[in-house]
Each structure stands twice: as C-alpha cells, then as structure tokens.
Design a binder for this molecule. Structure first.
Ligand code: K1U
Ligand code: ZN
Length: 170
C-alpha cells in the first residue's frame, strides 16, 4: 500500500491540463492501486491523477456505502449531459474543510477505459454524476472553488495559505 501526497489549493500544479493515458500498462495499474489506497485513506469518494501531481487522464471513484465498489475511469469523455442541472454541496481533498454548492448536469453519459484498458460506456446520475464531473474538471486543471464568487474564492485561498504557513511552522 502506498499513500500519495495530495496537492493542496492554491498549488498552481492543480491547474495543469492532463494528457491522455497512452497505455494501460503495469505503471498505470500500480498508480491505480496507489490512488485507490490514497482515496480510501483520505475518506474521499473520488481522486483525480492531477491531485497527486500526475498529469494523465485517470480518475478513481467509490460512492458506495460499503466503500467496496471502486470505479476506474481512464481517458473519460462525456458524450451527453442533461440540460437539467442540480446544485449539490461539494468538497475536495485538495481544499480540505471547504464545502459549497455547485450546479452540474443532473445526468451524464460517458465513455472511458476501465482499469484493464477495456472500453466502457456508462450512465450516471446523483452523487456519482456529481463526482465524475468534479473529477473530470480536475483533469482539465479546474478546482470546484472556481465556480464560486471571487470573494468566496479569495477567502478560501487566504484560509488555505494561512493553514499551510501554520503547518510549516509547527
Ligand atoms: O478531491 C476530490 O476530488 C474528492 C472529493 C470528491 C467529491 C465530493 C463531493 C462532491 C463532489 C466530489 C471528495 O471526496 S471530498 C470528501 C468527501 O468524501 C465528500 C464530501 C462531500 C460529500 C460527499 C463526500
Ligand atoms: Zn476535488
């Protein structure tokens, strides 16, 4: 088991646009295992490779109650999004302690490779749809606080920088 360090907002590396995974090989399979360990250890429901400073299009998710239904999405592409949107409170392992409402498509369809490199089609709604859209934003270098007002975002940035300074001093 390997736990990977998670980048914290406002780290500029969180704004890197990820490149497609070229091959689902041993390196990617080891990365998937480490990302799942890291996500479960942090009590998250998702993790994008961007958050662990790997800039390839790879996401892990588990929204199940039992925390035993991992979903791996490699090179995900949304093929349809409902016009209907819903506002849900979101959190982010890269912005610890901050939760706020974001409007997202209520339902989506997507294609992706699974952890074995097999092409899959998927439909999602509810928390799974929210989480997939949040993680796909990470792959595009976007953090959920960028949907909030500049005032809120600047307050969050200051809070995160203060917390980092205090952690460095301790
Ligand atoms: O950092 C991340 O990308 C993971 C993030 C995923 C996420 C949570 C909630 C809405 C959208 C995306 C988290 O796992 S944050 C922590 C968490 O477990 C959680 C927070 C709010 C609701 C449900 C779970
Ligand atoms: Zn996040």
């Amino acid at each position: 088991m390997a736990l990977l360090p998670i980048l914290c907002y406002p780290d500029p590396r969180l704004h890197t646009v990820a490149k497609p995974v070229q091959a689902v090989d041993a390196r990617i399979k080891a990365l998937i295992a480490d990302m799942l360990d890291t996500m479960y250890d942090a009590n998250g429901i998702g993790l994008a490779a961007t958050q662990i400073n790997v800039h390839e299009r790879l996401i892990v998710i588990d929204v199940s109650e039992g925390r035993n239904e991992p979903l791996v999405l490699i090179n995900p592409e949304i093929t349809w999004a409902s016009a209907d949107q819903q506002v849900n409170d979101e959190g982010c392992l890269s912005v610890p302690g901050i939760y706020d409402g974001v409007a997202r498509a209520s339902a989506i369809r997507l294609t992706a490779l699974d952890g074995e490199g097999v092409s899959r089609s998927l439909e999602a709604e509810g928390l799974l749809a929210v989480c997939i859209q949040h993680e796909m934003d990470h792959l595009m270098g976007k953090v959920f606080v960028e949907y909030l007002s500049p005032l809120k975002r600047n307050r969050i940035k200051s809070k995160m920088l203060k917390a980092r300074r205090e952690a460095e001093r301790a």
